[in-house]
Each structure stands twice: as C-alpha cells, then as structure tokens.
Write a protein that binds this ligand. Structure first.
Ligand SMILES: *Cc1c(COP(=O)(O)O)cnc(C)c1O
Length: 361
C-alpha cells in the first residue's frame, strides 16, 4: 500500500486504523445491510453514533454536563459569524486578539454584524508572535473575548492563556484541538473545523458552556441559533453523518491511546524532532516565529533561497513526504504535525532535512 507521510495542513492525514474501520464498515454497517451514509439520521444506529461522539468529546476534554457538544456545518469560517450573531447585543463589542489570517477573518465577520474591538495584535510584526496575555485590557462592554489558539498559516500557538475574568473566553481551536492536555473549562465556547485533528472536512465541533448558551439572542433564524443545535442534539436538520461517524472513530482512537496526555507526549517528540533541526542549523533552516510562540502543529520555516525551498519541497515529495509547501500568502516551508501524523514521519523528515542540508549547503 503506497501511503505517504502526509504533512498537508488541512484536510490532512487521518489515523490509518480509523480509515480501515471506515473501509470495513462502509458497505454493511454492523449488520444493517447498508452503509451508515445510507441510513436515516433518525435510525438507532446513527443515534448511537451521535450520542457516543458527544460523550467521548466530554470525556476527552474533561467537560461535564454543563457543556453542550454540537456538530455543526459551514466550517470554522461560519463560526466567525455565528458568534457575534448569537452574542453581540446593542452597546456591546466583541473583544479580539489578532494573531493571523484566521483571527483577521473572525474580526471581519464581527464587524459585519456589530463591532469588533482588537485588544492585542501582532500584525505589525507580521504575526511572528502571540501578544503577551498579561498586558491585555478587556473593554467593560465586551460580550466575549475571542482568540485563535493555533495559527495554522503563521505557525504560532498560545502557550499561556489570557485571564478574561468574568468575560466569556471564546477560542478557535481548529488546528490544535485535542493535541495537548488543557483545562478546557477555561473556555465558554470552543470551535474547531474537523479537518485538521478530528476527521474529514464537513463537520465543525462546537463545545459551549450552558451558562453562555443561555445568553444567545432570541429571534435569530432557526439554523443560525446555537440554541437550536443544542436543544436538538445537532439533529434539527440532516447532520453530516459520515463526518460525525468518522470523528467518533477518531475520538475512540485518541481514547485507546490513553487520551490527551498520550497524544501530547507523541506531539512533543514530533515537534522536538523538527525544531531540533531548525535550532541546530540556523544558517540553513530559519524558523519564522519567535521561539516562545512556536506552534507544535504547524512549523513554518525558510531556507536560504526560494529556489532551495522549491527543490526541498519537490525532493521531499519524491521521497514520500507530502504537503510541505508554505501557505500561498507566506511562502516557505510548513511542516504540519497533526495528531494522526506518526512520530516516525517527523523523525524521518528530520533525517531528510539533515541529508538535504548536507547536499545543498
Ligand atoms: C482551517 C482553519 C479555519 C477554517 O476552517 P474551515 O472549516 O475551512 O472554515 C479557521 N481557523 C483556523 C485556525 C484554521 O486552521
């Protein structure tokens, strides 16, 4: 089987064990004589999937019954608008930290619906770091504080969290959810498009504290209210059933390894292998972000010239390391090390980097 080491930034690699289960169950899901995508979303089989995906999410993230687990559609990008639509009342603002392209898109949507107030930003420094969270001041009329935990394009990640006090903390965790141990109860709302760490594109996981849900505005179109999805257990309309099914399998895959602590251990070893190459060879591999803000999920780097970067990406591809091109807006090389990328992939890429440098220095 010709599986490559897949470093795609999203959609991205999925656990092979999960894909094998999907393959085995595709034609006849557990004796029903049909695949799960051919069954009703009101069937007992789908109900079991929906319920276990919700309870596995609660278990993995350490959340009690005071959190709702929602499976929504429209990607993380729709959440950029959902949040201000549901929570910004007259006279209120959404407080935002601007740490890159995704934060900027969230801010843009909030300004279409109401007012976003950017309380910290690293834009002027090309987003090379996460602003110091001990310096922030949150406006008194803020309905929430929105942050982006991992900046997929810029290669930065939060390693300390803002103290938002009584202001609900909202986080776009699309590209690092379930990658490390965290106190998820710090957050009133977490959202993540599934296609980086949780499954296929097409479903967005939303975790929302009940107390925050109760603050949702009334009078919204039915499908645009978080309350609808919470009250109907994400079954108000036809859910993306294949995606939820695969996400449930990914949750089980995480649980079987020993949960987030086990995943974090592997992720630490993966990022250490690549950052080790960068730190050991700063004349050849230049990390683009400040060390204290480095992402464990998306490592961004430059080589001495654009020609060498092109050569690196194409030779890597020929050697079985796919998806290493930096985002079109920033160039360079990006090494995405999502949960399903095995440790061996990062170790082998580090060896490739060492060989490539020796040949091209
Ligand atoms: C990929 C990504 C998004 C966009 O997700 P879609 O599901 O394509 O809308 C938003 N935020 C972050 C941090 C991302 O990595």
């Amino acid at each position: 089987m010709g599986r490559v080491f897949n470093f795609n930034p999203g959609p991205s690699t999925l656990p092979l064990d999960v894909l094998k289960i999907v393959q085995a169950e595709l034609l006849d899901y557990r004796g029903t004589g049909m695949s799960i995508i051919e069954s009703s979303h009101r069937s007992p089989e789908y109900d079991e999937i929906n319920e276990s995906a919700m309870s596995l999410a609660r278990e993995l993230f350490g959340l009690g019954d005071d959190y709702h687990v929602l499976f929504m559609t429209g990607g993380a990008s729709s959440q950029f608008a959902f949040i201000p639509l549901n929570f910004l009342n007259d006279g209120q603002v959404g407080a935002y930290v601007d740490t890159g392209s995704w934060s900027a898109k969230a801010i843009k949507e909030a300004n279409i619906i109401g007012t976003a107030e950017v309380i910290a930003s690293s834009k002027a420094a090309e987003y090379k770091f996460i602003p110091n969270m001990s310096d922030i001041t949150i406006p008194g009329n803020a309905a929430y504080l929105h942050i982006t935990s991992n900046n997929t394009i810029k290669g930065t990640q939060y390693h300390e969290w803002p103290n938002a006090g009584a202001v609900p903390l909202v986080c776009d965790m699309s590209s690092d959810i379930a990658s490390r141990v965290l106190d998820f109860t710090k957050f009133s709302l977490i959202y993540a498009g599934a296609q980086k760490n949780l499954g296929p594109s097409g479903v967005t996981l939303v975790l929302i504290r009940d107390e925050f849900l109760q603050k949702c505005k009334d009078g919204l179109p039915t499908m645009f209210s978080y309350k609808t999805h919470a009250e109907q257990k994400s079954l108000y309309n036809t859910p993306p059933s294949l995606c939820v099914y695969i996400m449930k399998l990914v949750f089980e895959w995480i649980k079987n390894q020993g949960g987030l602590a086990a995943v974090e251990k592997v992720n630490r070893a993966k990022k250490d292998a690549i950052y080790g190459m960068i730190d050991g060879n700063p004349d050849f591999y230049k990390g683009t972000v400040q060390p204290g803000s480095r992402s464990w999920m998306n490592i961004t780097l430059r080589l001495p010239s654009e020609d060498l970067e092109k050569k690196f990406i194409s030779e890597a591809k020929a050697a079985g390391f796919v998806g290493l091109k930096g985002h079109r807006s920033v160039g360079g090389v990006r090494v995405s090390l999502y949960n399903a990328l095995p440790l061996e992939g990062a170790q082998r890429l580090a060896e490739f980097m060492s060989d490539f440098m020796k040949k091209n220095k």
